[in-house]
Design a protein around this ligand. Structure first.
Ligand code: ZN
Length: 80
C-alpha cells in the first residue's frame, strides 16, 4: 500500500492526494481525473493518473515512471 502524491504546479512540492493503494491496483482502477485542495498553495488542482507519484515503502515518494522524486515531508500530513 503506497500513498499517492502529485506535484503542486505552483510550489513544486509533493502533496498527498488522499489516495493510498498498491501500484497495480491503481493502474487497474477507473481513476481518470481528480481534484484536491492543495495544502502547499491553497488552491485546488486537478490531477490524473499520469500525474501520480507513489510513495516508496522504505523512502520518499517515487513517480510511477520510476524516476526518483524528492520527499517533502511537510506535506505528507495532509488528508483529503
Ligand atoms: Zn498547489
Amino acid at each position: 500500500m503506497n500513498r499517492i502524491f502529485i506535484k503542486c504546479p505552483t510550489t513544486r512540492k509533493l502533496v498527498f492526494t488522499g489516495f493510498a493503494m498498491d501500484h497495480a491496483i491503481f493502474e487497474s482502477s477507473p481513476i481518470e481525473q481528480n481534484a484536491i485542495h492543495c495544502p502547499a498553495c491553497g488552491k485546488d488542482h486537478e490531477w490524473q493518473k499520469s500525474d501520480a507519484m507513489f510513495e516508496a515503502e522504505e523512502s520518499g515518494p517515487v513517480s510511477s515512471h520510476c524516476s526518483r522524486a524528492q520527499a517533502q515531508s511537510e506535506s505528507t500530513s495532509f488528508r483529503a
